[in-house]
Design a protein around this ligand. Structure first.
Ligand code: GRF
Length: 240
């Protein structure tokens, strides 16, 4: 398999982007970051990309009349850069079919909850507000809904007594970094299979063949899939 040619979309801090850059540099992910595209200037993620020598673009959503025209510009930039897969790594915009149809089943998102629980913004606070005892993170393919696309892999994270939003978010973030790299590696290995919906208008299913995609509670030591080795990714635990 050739390496994955990634476009990474960010809006801010970029710690998941950093995990990707570190994994590639360490030979743990067979991929190249062709472009880091941010909808906001002056964000930390852009500095991380520049430090890694990766091309960057800022396309400010405020410069566009509507979502479709922003998405069309983003598609052009990604294609021009040679990206054939897209990772949403803290990208805070919904994508339209203008974007999704350009990269069918090739847009991957990392979300800080066990979907379908707590989609949308501040999933960690939503989990605390609901009093759940277990939350986590999800890597999924993106569709036109908010965090509704086919699930690829999930890691569970306990909610501990006394957790506030930042403590919980930091613990989830460690798992996000590991899970995202793991899922992308599995895609790079050619394991992704898409099954069409059983019924018209139904939900497509995504499978990563031959691997354990349900990862266990970090509190209990290495999970079944051995996720969560702190040494596995850089710059963990910085809060979200
Ligand atoms: C992460 O919690 C990610 O799951 C969510 O936004 C946050 C981005 O963090 N979608 P970072 O920019 O990767 O540090």
């Amino acid at each position: 398999m050739p390496p994955l040619d990634l476009g990474v979309l960010i809006s801010g801090r970029g710690s998941n982007l950093q995990a990707i850059l570190d994994a590639i540099a360490a030979g743990r992910l067979d991929a190249r970051v062709r472009l880091v595209l941010s909808n906001r200037a002056d964000v930390e993620g852009l500095a991380r990309a520049e430090r890694a020598g990766v091309p960057t673009r800022v396309i400010a959503h405020r410069d566009f009349a509507d979502r479709d025209s922003f998405d069309a510009a983003a598609v052009d930039a990604l294609r021009e850069a040679g990206a054939t897969w897209v990772v949403l790594a803290g990208f805070m915009r919904l994508l339209t079919t203008t974007f999704l149809d350009a990269f069918p089943h090739r847009v991957v998102n990392i979300h800080p909850s066990l979907l379908p629980s707590f989609p949308g913004v501040d999933a960690q606070q939503q989990a605390l507000d609901h009093g759940v005892r277990v939350t986590g993170c999800t890597v999924h393919l993106v569709d036109a809904g908010t965090d509704t696309g086919p699930i690829l892999a999930q890691a569970a994270v306990p909610v501990l007594d006394g957790d506030d939003r930042d403590a919980l978010a930091a613990r989830i973030l460690v798992q996000e970094h590991a899970l995202l790299i793991r899922a992308l590696s599995w895609i790079a290995e050619g394991r992704l299979q898409i099954a069409p919906p059983d019924v018209p208008g139904g939900r497509a299913r995504a499978t990563l063949a031959g691997v354990e995609t349900a990862l266990g509670l970090a509190q209990n030591g290495p999970a079944r899939g051995d996720v969560g080795g702190v040494g596995e990714v850089g710059e963990v635990g910085e809060g979200a």
